[in-house]
Design a protein around this ligand. Structure first.
Ligand SMILES: *Cc1c(COP(=O)(O)O)cnc(C)c1O
Ligand code: SF4
Length: 461
């Protein structure tokens, strides 16, 4: 009774904290001026996408140069050590760089997303995979992953304006690093025809996701070319451009008029044909939301594009109800519809950023009912091995002690079973000890898989 009352009180406090921000006063300050190198940069300069591109921070010396006296030698050494272990290169826009609280980097949720510290790394899970979602295994053309019956994923570019430590496509996005060589590619219009032709020849494809990499780096004529070509295919009903831009370079949407004209043109064409044109963006915390976001959304709204958000659930970044709830409410207030929160994929080099199915399920339970239904993000596990996105509570079986869950995928992969593994450092001590004993864990996993298979058989619909 007592415990329940306390829990209720916690919920009430969380919600109270949020409603004190009912006016949604976003940061309007010139926050970038706390970065020594940008002390004298005025709002007009900071608000120009070209300045943001040209001043992006892409190396350790550039970090040092920007921070000056704010960069302690120990911090720089820790970042350098991190870069020897990560599959992702360094790239931050000045906007996102100055959302980091540089006085307290160890616990900063923005820093944690973009700049890995050597001291934070832990070994990968033995079952981590470069291509955790088996996107390459489902390739219909060199640029198109076709996993689901009526939707497909087009990857015209593998460059981004920022590089995230947790990127699910670290195998190809953003160029080689000390530990990973990759064949990153830029946008080449002439190479896309076979992909468009495939979509034309597969009339069941109604939804096309244009991702990467990041659509923000597609040139205006490429946005128009892709948008027009796809919308002119009679059987394509909806397209979405995926870009982290709104979260990391909101000034693109207020200062790159050519790019915005191209997007507007595609939206107009969509409206004329009763087809949906959407932009899917990627905020993970409300620290990324400022007055610049509001200005970007005002500009985007006038094009008629529908904007949705997809987050990754990241340990130490947004794995609390308070953060997810605040982010959900603030995004909704800006006409950004919270769409998905992904359980972190099982990719290498970011084990310290993953969390468990159990945590994700609890967060999902608390989010439900806390905001309007249509603004409630769906917490999903993209089942490793290509099972596709599955509701977090829809696993067939879950052994929390050794952190393994079994998933079926009756539509994308009927008859198959997929397994997600929680990070070993988050398991109860008995469970993490079992992973140290190869024979024991193999036996326990075999038993789990047999039980899961039997249960899936018994409950097949
Ligand atoms: C996520 C994804 C899609 C789109 O799925 P939605 O659930 O409609 O967002 C399509 N193809 C692939 C391969 C995907 O990973
Ligand atoms: S913006 Fe997206 S594709 Fe690019 S590095 Fe980040 S997660 Fe990966």
């Amino acid at each position: 009774m007592m415990k329940e009352a306390l829990q209720m009180q916690n919920i009430a406090t969380d919600i109270q904290t949020d409603s004190s921000e009912v006016g949604y006063a976003f940061d309007q300050s010139e926050f970038w001026r706390t970065i020594p190198a940008w002390r004298d940069v005025d709002a007009e300069t900071f608000g120009d996408f070209r300045w943001q591109q040209q001043n992006s921070v892409t190396s350790v010396p550039a970090i040092q140069e920007a921070l000056g006296e704010l960069a302690s030698p120990a911090l720089i050494a820790d970042i350098e050590a991190g870069l020897l272990k990560t599959p992702m290169n360094v790239r931050l826009t000045p906007y996102i760089f100055s959302r980091i609280n540089w006085e307290n980097v160890e616990t900063d949720p923005v820093h944690r997303q973009f700049l890995p510290l050597g001291s934070q790394f832990i070994p990968d899970h033995p079952n981590a995979m470069d291509d955790s979602l088996d996107e390459d295994g489902h390739k219909a053309t060199p640029f198109l992953t076709h996993r689901y019956p009526d939707k497909a994923l087009f990857l015209p570019i593998t460059l981004c304006p920022v590089y995230c430590s947790f990127c699910t496509r670290s195998r190809v996005v953003g160029g080689s690093t000390a530990v990973k060589s990759k064949s990153t590619y830029g946008a080449k219009t002439s190479e896309w025809d076979s992909t468009f032709e495939y979509i034309r020849r597969n009339p069941q494809l109604e939804d096309i996701v244009i991702s990467g990499g990041d659509a923000l780096l597609l040139r205006p004529n490429q946005i128009l070319h892709i948008g027009k070509t796809l919308l002119e295919i009679p059987t394509v009903r909806r397209i979405r451009f995926a870009t982290k831009g709104v979260a990391i370079m909101p000034m693109k949407f207020t200062s790159d008029t050519e790019w915005m004209d191209a997007l507007s043109g595609v939206c107009q064409l969509g409206r004329a044909r009763m087809k949906e044109v959407a932009l899917h963006t990627h905020f993970n915390t409300d620290r990324e939301i400022t007055a610049w976001t509001a200005a970007a959304m005002k500009a985007l709204s006038s094009t008629g594009v529908r904007v949705r958000n997809q987050s990754v659930l990241i340990s130490g970044v947004n794995d609390s109800f308070g953060c997810l709830h605040r982010t959900t409410k603030k995004l909704s207030s800006q006409l950004i519809q919270p769409y998905y929160i992904y359980l972190h994929d099982m990719v290498p080099g970011c084990e310290h950023l993953r969390t468990t199915v159990h945590t994700a399920e609890n967060l999902s339970r608390r989010l439900q009912g806390s905001v309007a239904g249509f603004n409630t993000p769906r917490v999903v596990c993209d089942a490793p091995g290509g099972g596709g996105k599955r509701e977090i509570s829809s696993y067939t079986l879950y052994d929390r002690e050794i952190g393994v869950s079994a998933w079926t995928s009756p539509t994308a992969k009927p008859g198959e079973m997929f397994f997600y593994y929680d990070p070993i450092q988050c398991l109860p001590s008995g469970g993490s000890r079992l992973w140290l004993n190869k024979a024991e864990i193999t036996k326990r996993l075999a038993k789990f898989k047999a039980e899961a298979t039997a249960k899936a058989e018994a409950t097949r619909v």
